[in-house]
Ligand binder design. Structure first.
Ligand SMILES: Nc1nc2c(ncn2[C@@H]2O[C@H](COP(=O)(O)OP(=O)(O)OP(=O)(O)O)[C@@H](O)[C@H]2O)c(=O)[nH]1
Ligand SMILES: [Mg+2]
Length: 166
């Protein structure tokens, strides 16, 4: 017995603070002005490609974890944004991504791991991320990786559309 509410698709855009989640979402939904203000204490929602995307920062919000899990529990898609120019926080990135992979409420969700800030000099590549985050250990999960620069115009929008529509 379907209804419109249950058929609505949900997506989660997440990652550590400053990775570029909000920039990516704002530019994905072309009518939303880009905000560079850190997202604090709110979980903005953007509609794009027929999906309701929730923007959640994972860094340092342990107290609210259970509450956040209820918000993302019906996510069909997870876009996990990592900063390719930041090697120092890779252990935390890996820890947080693994927690999402292991989270029961996301066990059927598709993951797109986005290596963002590819315009930065000396940054890592998507291949580096696969290696450093040991993504091959999650071969049983449905994940894809892409590199992008959310502040530049390139074909990443198309790639996200394909991820959603596949
Ligand atoms: N060079 C470069 N800077 C970027 C890119 N994407 C985002 N930024 C910058 O990185 C900073 C953080 O971007 P946000 O989109 O606010 O990051 P966020 O993940 O939403 O951060 P929080 O809301 O604090 O969790 C901003 O100054 C952006 O302009 C990119 O692809 N390249
Ligand atoms: Mg933000």
């Amino acid at each position: 017995m379907g209804n419109y509410a249950s058929e609505e698709k949900h997506g989660l855009v997440t990652g550590l603070d400053g990775a570029g989640k909000t920039t990516l979402l704002c530019r994905l939904a072309e009518d939303t002005p880009v905000s560079e203000i850190p997202t604090i204490g709110s979980f903005p929602v953007t509609n794009c490609y027929g999906v309701k995307w929730l923007d959640i920062d994972l860094g340092g919000q342990e107290k609210y974890r259970n509450y956040m899990r209820t918000l993302w529990s019906n996510s069909h898609y997870v876009i996990f944004v990592a900063d390719l120019s930041n090697r120092d926080n890779l252990p935390t990135v890996k820890y947080e991504l693994n927690r999402l992979f292991e989270d029961d409420v996301l066990k059927d969700s598709k993951f797109l791991i986005v290596g963002n800030k590819s315009d930065m000099e000396g940054c890592m590549t998507g291949i580096d991320l696969i290696d450093k985050l040991d993504l091959h250990e999650h071969a049983h999960r449905n994940w894809e990786i892409m590199e992008c620069s959310a502040t530049r115009d390139c074909d990443w929008r198309q790639r996200i559309a394909e991820f959603v529509l596949a």
